[in-house]
Ligand binder design. Structure first.
Ligand code: NDP
Ligand code: OXD
Length: 314
């Protein structure tokens, strides 16, 4: 394929359904030419990139790159590449991705609220013991991260009737949600939470934030739902908290090492439910429209939402 008169968008994403993405992007894009890696005959012609799971150094081969679109909401992987060109990064804000995260968080919050993690262990011993959960309005759920995903989750949980708190970096108001922010707000946010949900981005400030100090603030026997990034969690602290009963059960969707190695203690721990990084997915048919709209704004020189702040790291 030779470079034509339109700017070229190079789609170079690993581990996704490339054909579905190509079809969706071709249907949505009108003012750029789409190339799909490895079919990129002229590196100089590439003006926009769509990235996911690329090896470090990949994007530095395109000297005329003007912006990178992340296929995922989390950009920690991209930003970890020290050679990444200093161009704007547009992260993924796909309504279907947010729907998926809401489904996942609501599903697992209800699972823990209704004590299904206890019934699973009772069933292993053929134990018949009904347990009455607190009324939903008495159940304290804390959501870490109140962005596109966490904000939607917190609102959905509040709509169901949970007593919801939320924690963000900057002050934020969300109807039905008691909000806290910054490191100073973290202890008060965590105090007495019975179900803790993490939907944070991974940054230098949030790495290792799910640790013994935080767990000590939760209600005894609290449950954890972790759908942010694996490096948020200090794994040894979770195993200790499960052993002491400080944490009764954990739903883990993301891990420091993915796929989770077969020998990892989480696989066989009765208090841990392992989900293979499947809380929420980006859907080409909706996400391609979002990419096309942002590309159009870039080409017209208009401001683009969802640009990553490299200082903040998300
Ligand atoms: P957003 O950027 O929209 O929101 C991030 C939220 O985290 C914001 O509320 C932000 O605060 C808050 N935050 C960031 N840093 C801190 C900090 N240091 N202290 C307190 N709060 C902080 O991101 P999304 O909601 O779109 O995505 C969040 C993350 O979810 C992704 O980065 C990714 O890691 C994860 N994810 C996981 C998936 C899965 O399948 N498991 C799928 C997709 C995403 P503020 O509002 O003040 O900016
Ligand atoms: C994402 C993810 O960041 O799938 O979009 O984890």
């Amino acid at each position: 394929m030779a470079a034509g008169s339109q700017p070229v968008l190079l789609f170079a994403c690993e581990g996704v359904d490339t054909l579905a993405w190509r079809d969706a992007l071709e249907a949505a894009l009108s003012s750029v030419e789409l190339w799909v890696w490895p079919d990129a005959p002229d590196a100089d012609a590439v003006v926009f990139g769509m990235a996911w799971g690329n090896p470090p150094g990949f994007w530095r081969s395109f000297p005329n790159l003007q912006a990178i679109f992340s296929l995922g909401a989390g950009v920690d992987g991209l930003l970890a590449d020290a050679t990444l060109p200093a161009v704007p990064i547009v992260r993924m804000v796909d309504p279907s991705l947010a729907d998926g995260m809401v489904e996942f968080v609501v599903m697992r919050t209800l699972h823990h609220h209704r004590l299904v993690h206890v019934y699973e262990q009772q069933q292993a011993n053929a134990t018949w013991r009904p347990l009455r959960p607190p009324r939903i309005g008495r159940r304290r759920v804390g959501v870490m991260g109140l962005g596109e995903l966490g904000g939607r989750c917190a609102r959905a949980l509040a709509d169901l009737g949970f007593q919801v708190r939320g924690w963000s970096r900057r002050p934020k108001a969300l109807e039905g949600v008691e909000t806290f922010h910054g490191p100073a707000g973290l202890p008060a946010f965590a105090d007495g939470c019975e179900i803790l949900v993490c939907v944070l981005p991974l940054t230098s400030e949030t790495e290792g934030i799910l640790n013994a100090q935080l767990f000590a603030r939760l209600a005894p026997g609290a449950c954890l739902i972790q759908a942010g990034r694996g490096a948020h969690l200090v794994e040894a602290d979770l195993l200790d908290a499960l052993a002491s009963g400080r944490i009764a059960a954990a739903t883990l969707d993301v891990f420091r090492s993915e796929p989770l190695p077969p020998e990892h203690a989480f696989w066989r721990h009765p208090g841990v439910r392992v989900i293979p990084h499947a809380a929420a997915f980006t859907y080409p048919e909706t996400a391609a429209e979002v990419v096309a709209a942002n590309l159009g704004r870039l080409l017209r020189g208009e401001p683009v939402a969802d640009i990553v702040d490299p200082q903040a790291g998300y």
